[in-house]
Structures are given as C-alpha cells and as structure tokens.
Design a protein around this ligand. Structure first.
Ligand code: F6P
Length: 404
C-alpha cells in the first residue's frame, strides 16, 4: 500500500520534523510503497494534488535540512471539513484521490481544527466500511490541545519567546529614564506561550514583571494600577501580554478564518497608547508576530526530536490497525524529564481547547507562579546543530511551482 501525509493550520518550527518522522518510519516498512505529500493540507487530497516524497526528499542531508526548516514544506490550509450529512461530495472526492493512489493510511499533522478533520474522515470511512486509516499528529505553538501534555512546536516557540524577552530586557534597561515595554505574544485563547516568558524568573530575572493571559479577565483599570506599581520598583518595566486577552471593539481587524477564529493582533499597540496617554512615560510595544512560530534558529532540540518521534509513532499506530487516533505525549516526570507517546481518540481532541491551569497563575492574575516553570523548562532544552550557508541556516523547500 501507499500512505499520504499532510500539514495543516498555523506554522511552527516542528511540523517538518514530524514529516521527517513519518517519512523515515515509512521507509523502514516493506509493505509501504509510495509516500505521498498532500499540498496545502486536506485541500491536496480533495484536489488530487500530491507529490511523491521519495523522489523529493532524496538524502539524509535533505532530512536534516527539513528538520531545521520552519513552517510547512507542503503548504498548509485552514479548511473546515463539512459534516458528511451536509455535504458528502467532498468526502467522495477525497476517497477518489485516496483510492486512485492506493493510499491505505493518511497522517494529518495539525492542531485542534485539523483533528476535527481526522475525526470526521475516520468516522466517515468506518461508517462506509472503507479500510483507510486516518491518524492525527499534533502540532501548535498555542499548546492548547487536550489530553496531550504539550504539542510539538510549542517548545521551540517558547524558547524563542523567552530568549527574545531576555534580550529585550537587556536592551530596555540601558537608560536612566523610566520606561515600559509591552511584548505581544500569540496563543489565541490560551496563555501557554505568554506564560512561557516567565522562565526568565528561573534565571534570576525580575522580568517579565507583568504577564497577562486570556485565562484571566482583563481590566484596563487594574492594568494601569499594576504598571504604576511595578514602575515604583523597576526603572524598566517589561510586560508580556497575550494576543488573546479581551480588548475593546475595533482594536483588532475583526476578520475571521474558516473556523470562525478571529485574526488577533494589535493589543500591544493598543496598550502602548493607553500607557502613553495615562502614564506618559517612554513606552514601546513589540509584537513577536510570526517570528515566534518560524524562528527555527532558536529551535528547541527536545521539541524537534519529539516532533519527529511523534510522526514516526503515527505511522506505527496506523500499521497496527488503529484509526481516528491522535498521538499524544504523557509526561511521567519533570526532572529527569520523561515522556511517553500514546494514542488518544481524535473525538476527544477535535475542536476542544486546553487552557493554562489556574494554579499556574498568581493570585493577582498578573504573573506566573514559580513552580509552573517546571512544566515549561524541559520543553525548551537543547539546540539544533544547524547547517548554514553564507552564515545563515539553510532551508529545504519545494519548487514554487509545486505549491499553489
Ligand atoms: O496556529 C495558531 C496561531 O499561530 C495562533 O497563535 C494565531 O492566533 C493564529 O495561528 C494566526 O493565524 P494565521 O496563521 O492564519 O495568521
């Protein structure tokens, strides 16, 4: 039989490592013939737009390059699969592609929206007695997938956020005048990535002095009180703020994706203006924006290795005859850090969100408790031994004409 793999949702530094995991594991299996990569996630299956990965990823060096290449080499999508009761046509088209290419297993690397696709597609095949296995491989910098301890991509993003916050701290304290620096961090409705900036406390830094996550209702009045209080203690106040905290109408564009998720961006700038007009000190906002999810030069080796391992585990899971499953991590210990990979039902993960536990947040709702750092620290360990060209990390890419 042949297998197919696709990548979906927002980019991370680890999605291509999961692709390598799938590819390498499939190469070991005699009964797997061709390994197809679907272009732009599930859209490639619908439109029969696949590439033969064996003639694309040719050498060990290609695989090494892929491991250090951020984003999704096969392209991505934010495609919401309709229920088959509402629109069976699209399922028939996918089936046609999979049958025509003799694909017996489909591995989908993605976040909670993509696990909705795994859930629906596997249920459709089961209902119609079609023997095609569908397995989910988790990824998202938001770290908001249920059941799994964490998601590939998160560790590298957290390492970037903490490192950048550290560097911003050094830059912010050089002048004698008081200042406020607001750093806006991604994560949609969950504060995991914003909270990860607090790992600086484990290095004796007082920054970030304030951390605002979506799990705590945001009050502008309390924010200004907090900033004034921190300014009485520190010359340069550094603030981590999640893109997902509640903001007044009009601060964000209001544009939504196919899943109805709002494009979030702008809270840092908004708070900068508030501090300028209400406090009147030197103030700057920094939006980490897409850099936090594609800065593979700061990738976490733990994250990339785990992403590869979970991809390989997905292939084994399909070969064992499972379907409608998502590979997940179960943490055994923080120190020494130990995890095992297991399979969970896609139905328990699809469309759900896992939030930052309340116990990780201090009683004032404006910072992260020290014990919570044990959760984050193991995930950001280790560096990639990067292959470079002209002094910058090399990437593995498909020819532009292959991607839409
Ligand atoms: O995939 C998650 C995420 O990176 C969020 O953190 C962010 O809010 C969103 O994607 C951005 O969406 P897009 O990739 O469509 O710009």
């Amino acid at each position: 039989m042949n297998i197919a793999v696709a990548q979906s949702g927002g980019p991370t530094c680890a999605i291509n490592a999961s692709l390598v995991g799938v590819f390498k594991e499939a190469l070991k299996v005699a009964e797997i013939d061709a390994i197809f990569g679907s272009i732009n996630g599930i859209e490639g299956i619908i439109e029969n737009h696949l590439v033969d990965l064996k003639s694309t990823i040719l050498t060990n060096n290609d695989m090494e390059l892929l491991r250090q290449t951020p984003s999704t080499v096969l392209g991505s999508c934010r495609y919401k699969l309709p229920d088959w009761s509402e629109d069976e046509e699209v399922y028939k088209r996918m089936l046609e592609t999979l049958k025509q290419r003799n694909i017996g297993a489909f591995l989908y690397i993605g976040g909670n929206d993509s696990m909705d696709t795994v859930n629906k597609l596997s249920a459709y095949f089961a209902k119609n007695d079609i023997d095609i296995k569908v397995i989910g491989i988790p990824k998202t910098i938001d770290n908001d997938l249920c059941i799994t301890d964490h998601t590939p991509g998160f560790g590298s993003a957290a390492k970037y956020v903490a490192t950048t916050m550290h560097e911003i701290t050094r830059d912010s304290i050089v002048y004698s005048i008081p200042s406020v620096t607001i750093v806006e961090i991604m994560g949609r409705h969950a504060g995991w990535l914003t909270a990860s900036s607090a790992v600086l406390h484990a290095m004796g830094e007082s920054a970030p002095h304030l951390v605002y996550v979506p799990e705590v209702p945001f009050s502008l009045e309390n924010f200004l009180k907090d900033v004034r209080q921190e300014m009485s203690k520190h010359k340069a106040v550094i603030i981590a703020v999640s893109e997902g905290i509640e903001v007044p109408e009009g601060v964000q564009s209001g544009v939504v994706d196919n899943f109805g998720h709002k494009y979030l961006s702008g809270i840092g700038k908004y708070l900068e203006d508030v501090v300028r007009s209400e406090i009147g000190c030197k103030v700057r906002s920094i939006e980490l924006n897409v850099m936090q999810r594609c800065s593979s030069h700061l990738g976490s080796k733990t994250d990339i290795d785990e992403a590869e391992a979970v991809g390989a585990a997905g292939v084994r899971c399909a070969l064992e005859g499972e379907t409608g499953k998502v590979m997940v991590f179960r943490r055994i210990e923080d120190i020494p850090y130990t995890v095992v990979i297991e399979a969970a039902d896609a139905g328990d993960i699809a469309n759900n969100e896992k939030f930052l536990p309340k116990k990780y947040i201090n009683s004032a709702g404006n910072n992260i408790r020290k014990f919570a750092l044990n959760y984050f620290l193991p995930l950001i360990q280790g560096d990639l031994n990067l292959i470079t060209e002209n002094g910058i990390p090399k990437h593995f890419t498909l020819h532009e004409s292959v991607l839409k």
